[in-house]
Design a protein around this ligand. Structure first.
Ligand code: NAP
Length: 498
């Protein structure tokens, strides 16, 4: 099982030690990033391991390797020498490891490390991309059998991640560290064991320290959300594919908690992927058993599936993939999740006799239109790009219009339920209210699919006018529960519903 290493990035030793204390029970070792310390603090480097009271790595990362050290190599050499010199007989008072780059081969430092029992991590950091030849890069790092080779690269796509994963997982066994940095490399931190890495680096995000490297997770997230210490090479892998927004999705908490409750050895991890072919290459490389799919590949993925459920064919969008034999089969659980959440919200069993406005005509709006039609509502579809509203509306015999004040009367005529299904107002996206030109009467039931923030600008306004409101959190839970059932064949645990 890989060890969990906390990379400490505070400007003082005292602050690093205080942060370390918060995480002591959740980590196995600490990396002191001496390149980020105030210059006056470097005098105290030598004492850090005995103060920390757990095995420590010393790293003085240069700017060109993604660190903060700007001075020359001479000064770096002096800093390293001071930190590892005067070795103590009690080896726990010495650095257990020192990170030395592949192009930093200084015999006196190496000799001192060997003598004092400090292991060398021989590293290479590619902060701008992937090396053209991973084998060649590795062979330079793995020259000395007593050193631990470390390759940290920056995948720029899910295809790069697939290449890295396949390459690392086929290396012969042996102590090593392979890391994918950045958003596309983030899954490698959770799947460290599958890549054969002997440790996983983390940052003290919850303690407010700067990230030590892009894509780091907090040790508590690694443990609480991903059950890192329980993952093995046998753990079944499920992915969340889509744009980089997947990294902030709440669904890893939902699915991983459910796997734990149900006693299933599986993990669900965001796998950023902007196009379908690179996503599939990453699914194949990792041997994924299933996936959730979101914007921007929810619609384009349909053409690449061996089989599709009738809902996917009708809706034209797919949010769930299941590996059946050697094939990928597509399902849509957005529709099921929305239907259940909507009927619960309204306290009804269908929508016959009701008039609804659907705002948006993207991937999820297609599932909403399908549900509104199935439940018997008459609906109006508004969208910024009117042609998309028209195409969707015509499929179900609904009205359509632009998402502007020119549609005020149309909305007033379809105002029993208003469903907001655009990304406008979502945390991390452009803030706004797509209906800012419409005055709520207070009689509308307003369902905004956005759940972060808890109350969008539109919901705030609707609530102030006296409308009944709900956000997309329950829908997300219900559609996730349906995914669990498709992936495992089991009834979803209560954790999805409470
Ligand atoms: P999508 O396929 O990218 O569609 C985006 C929609 O938002 C389109 O209708 C688009 O209009 C509209 N839009 C984007 N920016 C806009 C702006 N600045 N002004 C006006 N309209 C804008 O995304 P999606 O998958 O349908 O998801 C839409 C939203 O639903 C997201 O916020 C997502 O988080 C949420 N969602 C929630 C759940 C849940 O379970 N609660 C499930 C799925 C999705 P154009 O067509 O003109 O570009």
């Amino acid at each position: 099982m890989p060890l969990v290493c906390l990379s400490l990035t505070a400007r003082t030793i005292a602050e690093n030690l205080a942060v370390l204390e918060r995480y002591r029970d959740n980590i196995d070792l600490a990396e002191l990033r001496a390149d980020l310390l105030d210059p006056s603090e470097t005098f105290a480097l030598r004492d850090f391991p005995s103060l920390a009271g757990l095995p420590c790595i010393l790293a003085v990362r240069r700017k060109c390797d993604g660190g903060g050290f700007l001075d020359g190599e001479g000064q770096r050499l002096v800093m390293l020498a001071k930190a590892i010199a005067y070795a103590r007989p009690d080896t726990s008072a010495n650095y257990a490891y020192v990170d030395l780059e592949n192009d930093f081969r200084v015999p006196s430092i190496e000799e001192a490390c060997h003598t004092f029992g400090t292991r060398i991590i021989r590293s290479r950091h590619d902060i701008a991309g992937m090396p053209p030849d991973l084998d060649e890069a590795w062979s330079e790092l793995a020259l000395e059998p007593h050193e631990i080779p470390k390759l940290a690269v920056t995948p720029k796509s899910a295809a790069d991640f697939a290449t890295l994963f396949k390459w690392a997982s086929s290396l012969p066994s042996g102590e090593r560290i392979v890391v994918g940095m950045g958003e596309y490399g983030m899954p490698s931190r959770i799947l460290a064991d599958r890549l054969g890495s002997c440790l996983a680096y983390t940052s003290a995000i919850r303690a407010g320290l700067p990230l030590a490297a892009p894509g780091h997770l907090d040790p508590l997230a690694l443990e609480e959300t991903y059950r890192f210490r329980e993952l093995t090479r046998e753990t079944a892998f499920y992915a969340l594919g889509g744009g980089p927004n997947v990294l902030t999705s709440k669904t890893p908490q939902l699915h991983n908690a459910a796997f734990k409750t149900a006693g299933i050895n599986a993990v669900y991890v965001p796998l950023p992927s902007n196009d379908v072919s690179t996503f599939f290459s990453a699914l194949e490389a990792t041997g994924a058993r299933g996936a959730a799919v979101t914007v921007p590949i929810k619609e384009s993925v349909c053409a690449s599936l061996a089989r599709r459920s009738p809902e996917v064919d009708d809706i034209g969008a797919c949010n769930t993939l299941v590996r059946e034999g050697n094939e990928w089969v597509g399902y849509n659980t957005d529709a099921e999740g929305f239907e259940r959440a909507l009927l619960e919200f309204l306290g009804r069993s269908d929508l016959r006799g009701l008039r609804a406005t659907l705002v948006g005509a993207g991937g999820v709006a297609k599932a909403i239109a399908h549900v509104l039609s199935n439940l018997g509502a008459s609906a109006l579809i508004l969208n910024r790009t009117v042609s998309k509203a028209r195409i969707l509306a015509q499929r179900y015999g609904f009205a359509y219009g632009p998402c502007t004040e020119h549609s005020t009367e149309l909305v007033a005529d379809h105002a029993d339920i208003i469903v907001q299904a655009t990304s406008l107002g979502m945390e991390g996206e452009r803030q706004g209210d797509p209906l800012d030109w419409y005055d709520f009467s207070g009689r509308e039931a307003v369902f905004d699919l956005i759940y972060r923030p808890e109350r969008s600008a539109l919901l705030e306004r609707a609530a102030a006018a006296g409308c009944r409101i709900t956000n997309g959190w329950k829908m997300l839970r219900y559609q996730s529960a349906a995914q669990f059932k498709l992936w495992t064949g089991l009834e979803p645990p209560d954790s999805y519903f409470s």
